[in-house]
Design a protein around this ligand. Structure first.
Ligand SMILES: NC(=O)c1ccc[n+]([C@@H]2O[C@H](COP(=O)([O-])OP(=O)(O)OC[C@H]3O[C@@H](n4cnc5c(N)ncnc54)[C@H](O)[C@@H]3O)[C@@H](O)[C@H]2O)c1
Length: 370
């Protein structure tokens, strides 16, 4: 009985979800290698579905399938606003990667990606790495996030940080009239791969930076290069420190019922995924006059990079696309003002509009279109 209920929950999400459901979901099994995977294609309206492969030890298969459905839908929105000719997809491989990941399993997975004939383009996600994508790519032409030696684009955090910086400049212009962080105090929680590149952009722009990280070595590495940067003990202290901008660059859920009332910053713009802990937080931010730059919009530099890899990676071309995160973020703030809704809701509306109209990237957010 439980099995019947669980299956029906996945199927109803698939066909009857209020967001219009998914186009295609593929359940994959290779008994020889132990591969169990779900590839979810939410939409190919704008082009081949693009999104990474999560390798995770889910509590149940049902949970894995639902995660694939949710994550692939998120990729449709992210890719639409990243200005890519890609729809949204995501795959999950079920199991503990430490225990079951093998070359045989990754090759079997690569054959399933191949079976979709280009409708799905994969990349890295939690639990999968560049070296894994090199293996998956041996079985198909639709694998990105490979190593530079294998035609890949390498570390995506460089363009992710650059994109977050563009989003922050757009937020600064909206809040203070000038697209610069010069003279502003920016607090960064998490100075890992993305956060430490973001520090460099901000210093170059003339901002004052305050950082925190649970890893002392990450803080030390920054302060060795920039001794003027101050560090605080944790994110709770950081949000209460006088700031103009708060940049969550560590884990999700940074904006919640405890942190939003305590924030001193009037802009939130960072790389972390899923910053809003639950629906309604976006309104709490707006009610406090805090401008929130939607996470999935400003952190799209990484997906812009892997999308470029499909055409033979060209850093300058990818960077030019990531520069447009400024225009997209500005368009979202405009739409939020016009419609009287929080920026997170405005972002969703813009994405849904582009998907419904099937607007090619070349025609989207042209200057004359506003
Ligand atoms: N790397 C990318 O290209 C990319 C793209 C899109 C989104 N993101 C998102 O951006 C965020 C950062 O990614 P990353 O690649 O820099 O990861 P990372 O693991 O390199 O860096 C995260 C840093 O945050 C620190 N941290 C963890 N918990 C913390 C806490 N409670 N308080 C303060 N610091 C804490 C870690 O010690 C680490 O230094 C993640 O949410 C990731 O999903 C990354």
């Amino acid at each position: 009985m439980t099995d019947v209920l669980q299956t029906s929950s996945v199927v109803s999400k698939l066909f009857r979800s209020e967001q219009g459901g998914h186009e295609q979901v593929v359940f994959c099994q290779d008994r020889a290698s132990g591969l169990k995977a779900v590839i979810a294609l939410h939409s190919t309206a704008l082009g081949p579905a693009l999104g990474g492969t999560r390798f995770y030890d889910y509590a149940t298969d049902e949970e894995a399938a639902l995660d694939a459905l949710n994550l692939s839908r998120g990729m449709s929105y992210k890719n639409a606003l990243a200005g890519l000719d890609h729809g949204g997809g995501k795959a999950v491989i079920i199991g503990d990667p430490e225990a079951i990941k093998s070359e045989e399993l990754l090759l079997a997975y690569g054959r399933f990606v191949a079976s979709l004939g280009g409708r799905y383009v994969t990349a890295c996600d939690v639990g999968t790495y560049v070296a894994d994508m090199d293996v998956v790519a041996r079985e198909n032409r639709w694998t990105t996030g490979r190593s530079p030696e294998n035609g890949g684009a390498g570390d995506s955090s460089v363009l992710t940080a650059f994109g977050v910086f563009q989003g922050m400049r757009a937020a600064a212009r909206s809040q203070w009239g000038e697209p610069t962080l010069r003279g502003r105090r920016v607090g960064i929680a998490g100075v890992g791969k993305v956060g430490h590149h973001l520090v460099e952009h901000l210093i170059e722009d003339g901002a004052e930076v305050v950082i925190t990280d649970v890893r002392a070595d990450a803080v030390d590495r920054i302060r060795a290069r920039h001794p003027q940067i101050s560090a605080v003990s944790d994110a709770d202290v950081l949000i209460r420190t006088p700031l103009d901008v708060y940049a969550p660059c560590a884990l999700g859920g940074a904006l919640n019922d405890e942190t939003v009332p305590a924030l001193t910053a009037t802009i939130v713009c960072g790389a972390a995924n899923n910053q809003l802990a639950h629906p309604g937080v976006e309104k709490d931010l707006a009610d406090r006059g805090i401008l929130y730059a939607p996470d999935y919009v400003v952190n799209a530099g990484g997906v812009i990079q892997v999308a470029d890899e499909l055409h033979g990676f060209d850093f300058d071309r990818a960077k030019a696309k990531a520069t447009k995160i400024f225009d997209t973020t500005a368009a979202i703030f405009d739409r939020a003002r016009t419609d009287g809704i929080p920026p997170a809701a405005a972002a969703d509306r813009l994405a849904e509009q582009r998907i419904a109209d099937r607007t090619p990237a070349a025609d989207w957010l042209r200057p004359e279109a506003g």
